[in-house]
Design a protein around this ligand. Structure first.
Ligand SMILES: Cc1ncc(COP(=O)(O)O)c(C=O)c1O
Length: 413
């Protein structure tokens, strides 16, 4: 297979556009957005909006009763917390292995993110660790279906019920994922989605909350529209809040993109199964199979790098070499969230008032064992490669084999 690209050899993939475009924009998408423009009314304030139509369809797709589309998946999390009455000083438990929005939505309300550990096996929030970290100020848990692989909903829900905590599912990665036959997002009080451009269902920017609870839906609907009742234009505001509304143009795009999601999910799942089987044989371990996961949506595939299968080289050395071959492996968000500079005392003092600063965890000195170890060995692969042909996917296997065959070279590097 020749010399490694990192040592000046020929790359396995030379073309920049090898994996094809994401997002996939076709004529039906252009027509759908044009339809919005031609009908006019680009804000969803009126009844019968495109946003409303999308909300009905997304609620149906996710097996829930109600949906509210929002301008992105960060404010949808905030909306859920606000609708549940989370206030400054309340504690909200979450995982450190996720995107920053899962934690920043908590601090936006003056509430306190409490990071707990993950299950090392799955990379997902651990129900045992949640239970160990509950105290009298704990009000809610935000679990994340990281990469699209669901956290153990049965166990987490049980802990939440036992301690009367609200459960929010951050399903920003999990469009299409089903747990025991039901779409994720509807198991707690709220589920939250992102439709940002990189996600499996996208409109450039966008988000949504889903719920089965009518009261919570009505509260969130009011909050999301600056405290104003949708469909009743005017200036009567029942609650002080912000504007979380989605644009009608985004809703138009979501309506056409949604028609393709089922088919794309099936194709990605089939390709992912093939890749997982082949990569596992080479020492790149996929997350474990679980019969309760009846359909798997992907934002990224998550693997564990078994360095003993690669002459004990570090994961980052492997990443450098495989990226040089043109294979877009990544390492998720790199490190546990609390290692971000925004959790330094200095940065926090700009966000929290004195009385809350005193009771914040010492984020800078946190060491959450499984989360730390998982972040050191995880490898991720974006969902867009899963829309490719087997011939293209074979290149990923070829590249890993090439590295294995040249491992002595890499060890010297
Ligand atoms: C897990 C998770 N939650 C929330 C968000 C926020 O979504 P958005 O970018 O639409 O604000 C993201 C975005 O990447 C995410 O990955």
């Amino acid at each position: 297979m020749g010399k490694l690209a990192i040592k000046g050899g020929k790359k396995i993939i030379e073309e920049d556009d090898f994996w094809g475009n994401w997002p996939v924009i076709e004529n039906i998408d252009k027509e759908s957005v044009l339809r919005v423009l031609e009908r006019g009314g680009l804000c969803r304030l009126y009844r019968g909006s495109w946003s409303e139509e999308f909300e009905k369809k997304w609620a149906k797709f996710t097996d829930t009763k109600y949906c509210i589309a929002t301008s992105n998946g960060t404010v949808s999390l905030e909306l859920a917390l606000r609708a549940l009455g989370i206030k400054a000083g309340d504690k909200v438990i979450t995982t450190p292995v996720t995107f920053i929005a899962t934690a920043s939505c908590i601090s936006e309300l003056g509430a306190i993110p409490i990071f707990v550990d993950i299950d090392f096996n799955t990379g997902q929030i651990s129900a045992e660790s949640i239970e160990q970290n509950i105290d009298k100020d704990t009000k809610a848990v935000i679990g994340v279906h990281y990469g699209g692989y669901p956290f153990d909903i049965d166990k987490v829900k049980k802990v939440c019920q036992k301690y009367k905590l609200f459960l929010i599912e951050d399903a920003a990665h999990a469009h299409g994922t089903k747990w025991k036959g039901k779409h994720v997002g509807g198991f707690g009080q709220f589920g939250s989605f992102s439709f940002q451009e990189s996600k499996s269902l996208q409109s450039g920017e966008g988000g949504a909350v889903i719920t089965n609870n009518k009261k919570l839906y009505e509260e969130a609907l009011l909050i999301h529209n600056i405290g104003r009742v949708l469909g009743k234009p005017g200036y009567c505001h029942y609650i002080l809040s912000s504007n979380y509304r989605i644009s009608e143009l985004c809703a138009g795009l979501l309506l056409s993109q949604l028609t393709k999601l089922k088919k794309q999910t099936k194709l990605k799942e089939k390709n992912a199964d093939w890749l997982k089987k082949n990569l596992k044989e080479l020492g790149i371990e996929p997350l474990p199979a679980d019969k309760r996961i009846t359909q798997r949506g992907y934002y990224f595939m998550v693997f564990k790098f078994k360095k003993e299968e690669f002459g004990n080289i570090a994961r980052d050395k492997f990443l450098e070499a495989i990226n040089a071959e043109g294979i877009p492996f990544g390492k998720g968000y790199g490190y546990p969230l609390y290692k971000n500079p925004c959790f330094s005392k200095k940065a926090l003092s700009k966000i929290y008032p004195e009385n809350l600063l005193k009771i914040l965890p010492d984020y800078e000195n946190l060491y959450i064992e499984n989360a730390e170890k998982f972040c050191e060995i995880q490898l991720t692969l974006t969902h867009r490669v899963l829309l490719s042909s087997k011939e293209k996917l074979q290149k990923i296997i070829d590249a890993v084999e090439k590295i294995k065959n040249n491992i002595h070279e890499l060890k010297k590097y």
